[in-house]
Design a protein around this ligand. Structure first.
Ligand code: GUN
Ligand code: FE
Length: 421
């Protein structure tokens, strides 16, 4: 397959690779070449005047909070969880309710061009199993986590330690050999998992070589709580590390990582560790502003997540732009302009950085998975406005919407809108 258009991607985060009116050659689902001319025999798909960019990767979202998007942001994290979140998530015991919402979430991810994502599905085993199957049915790629919580949650929404461990193991056994939809071990965060549960989850991560995702250092109140629960360890990093949930053998995603100590940053650097910046969620819940630039300079692969429904938007360009804007606020307030994130840095976070969690995805370099979007920016141009490819990408990221995405490809195959009746 050969596609002709304005191809843009980030090989590194310090600038864009731009092939104006270039040719993307895909073979066996992978990028074979990106080139200025094409003289081979394949039929060329003409997308001249359109942008061709990697698909977005959303490294952190809660599918069972979708109905709460836009609600409750006068609260901070811990009271928001209590007042809004559990009462919604408990509804996912009902598989029919879960199916309707999950289909909607996956359709919105498809629309937004996030063909790969890492999902907190549900506390319940059958509901989580449903999510694995729906992601497959939609033709998307994801890591899906059954959320584990066996302490400090309401009586109506809790499970036993045995349930956390056994159900997690059941789902690993069922789905670990899949290629596009895979399991991820999901302790919700330190305050919601007993040490027995964390130990069991860490053992599973090691036994099956399965990655881990959780939250940490999101809010100051959360960190005080962790210190009270574990005075011997003090930080979530030390607790997760103790129980094998901090990027030991397996890759680890931690959402937020705002209020980190120096010691924690040192350990992150030594591990197979993916910090996820969730700018909209952090703004909504008054959590703080991650020092993205500092973490990038430390060599950490900072990625981006929508964190719905802490965030309220699945369209990753919203997160890209807010990440930049928050970094500018932080830079100005700290009188340190080196903290400003550039467009290419933020785009890289939402494509190649997050994509690296899945292997060679999120870029259009040779050998990368043929995951790309075709974007028509005509509707966001002013009359008589003529722009270069990079300017059109910039405008798409700032003022575009999912409706500008006209085609979506995963591993070189066009993915149509899922779940059409
Ligand atoms: N920490 C523990 N649970 C959650 C959650 O559901 N959302 C966010 N943003 N942080 C959390
Ligand atoms: Fe979250």
């Amino acid at each position: 397959m050969v596609i002709n258009g304005d191809i843009i991607f980030t090989q590194n985060n310090d600038g864009f690779e731009i092939y104006e009116n270039g040719f993307l050659v895909i073979e066996d689902g992978k990028v074979k070449a990106v080139q200025k001319d094409y003289s081979g025999n394949e039929e060329v798909i003409n997308k001249q005047g359109m942008l061709i960019i990697p698909t977005f990767v959303d490294l952190h979202l809660h599918a069972n909070q979708y109905a709460n998007c836009g609600l409750g942001y006068d609260e901070e994290l811990l009271t928001w969880l209590e007042k809004y979140t559990y009462s919604e998530e408990v509804k996912f015991k009902d598989l029919n309710y879960a199916r309707d919402i999950f289909k909607e979430v996956l359709t919105k991810l498809w629309e937004a061009g996030s063909l790969r994502s890492v999902i907190f599905a549900s506390l319940y085993k059958e509901t989580s199993e449903l999510m694995f199957n729906l992601v497959s049915e939609a033709g998307l790629s994801a890591y899906v986590g059954k959320v584990n919580m066996d302490r400090n949650v309401p009586d109506f929404y809790i499970e036993t330690t045995e349930e956390s461990i056994n159900f997690t193991e059941d789902l690993i056994k069922e789905f670990n050999n899949n290629s596009l939809v895979k399991p991820i071990i999901t302790p919700r965060f330190v305050p919601h998992c007993t040490i027995e549960s964390m130990q069991g989850q860490g053992d599973l991560a090691k036994k099956y070589d399965v990655p881990v995702q959780s939250h940490m250092n999101e809010s100051l109140a959360e960190n005080v709580w962790v210190t009270e629960l574990h005075p011997e360890y003090k930080t979530s990093t030390d607790v997760f590390e103790k129980y094998g949930l901090f990027g030991g053998n397996s890759k680890t995603i931690m959402a937020h990582c705002i209020h980190n100590t120096k010691h924690e940053l040192e350990l992150m650097k030594k591990r197979n560790f993916y910090p996820v910046h969730c700018p909209e969620s952090n703004a909504n819940l008054t959590s703080g502003i991650m020092d993205v630039k500092g973490m990038l300079e430390a060599g950490l692969p900072v990625c981006l997540g929508s964190d719905i429904s802490g965030g309220h938007n699945l369209f990753m360009p919203k997160q890209i732009i807010l990440a930049i804007q928050l970094s500018k606020m932080k830079a100005r307030m700290e009188d340190d302009l080196s903290k400003v994130l550039t467009l290419s840095e933020a785009f890289y976070m939402a494509t190649k950085a997050g994509g690296s969690f899945f292997g060679n995805t999120g870029s259009l370099e040779e050998g990368y998975s043929g995951d790309f979007l075709v974007i028509d920016t005509d509707s966001i141009m002013a009359p008589h406005e003529v722009r270069s490819p990079i300017e059109r990408l910039e405008k798409f990221l700032y003022i575009g919407s999912p409706s500008n995405i006209v085609e979506r490809y995963l591993q070189g195959a066009k993915i149509d809108k899922p779940f059409k009746e």
